[in-house]
Design a protein around this ligand. Structure first.
Ligand SMILES: *Cc1c(COP(=O)(O)O)cnc(C)c1O
Length: 423
């Protein structure tokens, strides 16, 4: 099946007389004929549903679809993107471990890494993703266990050299985890470029309609967890009678452990209702992404020609420093998010945003409705000036997420806000 077809048909194949639309199985529990069959589920000897915290038919269908779209062997849906990133790392890191992350990442992820994981004894080193491989190698320590970055950095809109990061990870025998939220598997499938684990905030483009929060972790099945660095996966888990994930689950060891151990213990489960809404969004992903890109190109070209705009970052523009990387990793298009500045002044940016009429102020991106945000006073508010700079965010930066309206209407609204600034 081609990508567009998978978006509609992967993960759920109704049998004779069954509902055409994937049903919502809004049930926490499942019933069995004998205590013995339930026992087998608990011993992981048989696959099946025992409790919705661990697995649910509606959620599983979406997981299968997303794994298929990304080219992975399995996926685990979570209650938010934050939960996905947290579980993806906690699945392989413990106190005393270290990992490397690109500095240009989502503000929430930055806080998770720099503060919450640190309190748990897991240390991060932030690196400049444009540094050379040799430079990046210097950040590796003996206890480094993972490398992390975003395909397209939110909100800096930098495109990652995915192969460079995969090489950095693999030459040190650790996995490369990538947040593919802004690219979506329609525009980029990082596993094809060497990523081992792919993460999404499904709250964004995969849903697309701003109706549910969710996350997903996709396992490529390609990393060798039995290389001596990951005892969590390659030594007995006493909570399952000494099961060894790499031996019992083979290529699906990582994603199985994330589900049966971490989801069991931490419980960041999506509701079946949300999984249904997420699936509905994914069905139209290719159509929406093409339009998001088309509109964003028109808006970016307008902004580039507007005299009040002092700086613009949209890798689809030929003048953008990331244009070459985009051609390599996202040749068919980008998401609808544009970063730009109207000078360096926090207040001027806020004035312009307040003058918008059609475009709404939202703490969100990837909505089908065009929305805008001022990161320095919202998502990245907690960051110090130095941290802001590291993350590629200036005080005057505006993040505009182009929706699916007619591009002329979006541009008309931006124009009238610029004229108000002048007035
Ligand atoms: C929004 C976002 C997250 C966090 O996801 P939530 O669903 O809001 O928890 C993580 N990474 C990126 C790139 C995001 O845009």
């Amino acid at each position: 099946m081609k990508f567009e077809t998978k978006c509609l048909h992967a993960g759920y194949t109704p049998q004779n007389g069954e509902p055409r639309v994937m049903p919502i199985v809004q049930s926490t529990t499942y019933t069995y004929d004998s205590t013995e069959s339930i026992g087998k589920l608990f011993d992981l000897e048989e696959a099946g549903y025992f409790y919705t915290r661990l697995a649910n038919p509606t959620t599983n269908a979406v997981e299968e679809k997303i794994a298929n779209l990304e080219g992975g062997v399995g996926a685990l849906c979570t209650s938010s993107g934050q939960a996905a990133t947290f579980l993806a790392l906690l699945n392989i890191l413990t106190a005393g471990d270290h990992f490397i992350s690109a500095a240009a990442i989502y503000g929430g992820t930055f806080n998770l890494f720099a503060h919450t994981l640190k309190k748990m004894g897991i240390e991060v080193t932030f690196v400049d993703q444009n540094a050379s491989l040799a430079e990046l190698q210097k950040a590796i320590k003996t206890n480094t266990k993972a490398v992390f970055a975003e395909t397209i950095a939110n909100p800096a809109m930098k495109v990652l050299d995915i192969e460079k990061f995969a090489t950095l990870a693999h030459q040190n025998e650790v996995p490369f985890l990538i947040d593919n939220t802004f690219a979506t598997p329609y525009f980029c499938r990082p596993i094809e470029f060497g990523a081992d684990v792919v993460i999404h905030s499904t709250t964004k483009y995969l849903d697309g309609h701003a109706v549910q929060t969710g996350g997903v972790i996709v396992d490529s099945g390609k990393f060798n967890w039995a290389n001596g660095k990951f005892p969590q996966l390659a030594t007995p888990d006493e909570t399952y009678h000494g099961i060894i994930y790499t031996e019992t689950f083979g290529v699906a060891a990582y994603i199985t452990k994330a589900r049966v151990q971490l989801m069991r213990d931490l419980g960041a489960t999506p509701s079946p209702q949300n999984s249904f809404l997420l699936n509905l969004g994914i069905e139209t992903l290719p159509v929406r992404m093409d339009r998001h890109f088309e509109n964003a190109m028109k808006v970016a070209e307008f902004l580039a020609s507007e005299k009040s705009v002092t700086q613009i970052t949209y890798p689809g523009l030929k003048t953008d420093t990331n244009y070459q990387l985009m051609q390599k990793y996202l040749p068919n298009g980008l998401c609808g998010v544009i970063s730009f500045e109207i000078g360096k002044n926090r207040k001027r940016a806020a004035q312009w945003l307040d003058a918008l009429k059609l475009v709404s102020l939202e703490v969100h991106v990837a909505d089908i409705r065009t929305c805008a945000l001022h990161p320095a006073s919202a998502t990245h508010r907690q960051l110090t000036s130095q941290e802001l700079q590291q993350a590629g965010i200036s005080p005057g930066l505006i993040r505009l997420s182009c929706g699916l309206e007619n591009a002329e209407d979006i541009i008309k609204d931006l124009k009238q806000a610029f004229r108000q600034l002048e007035g």
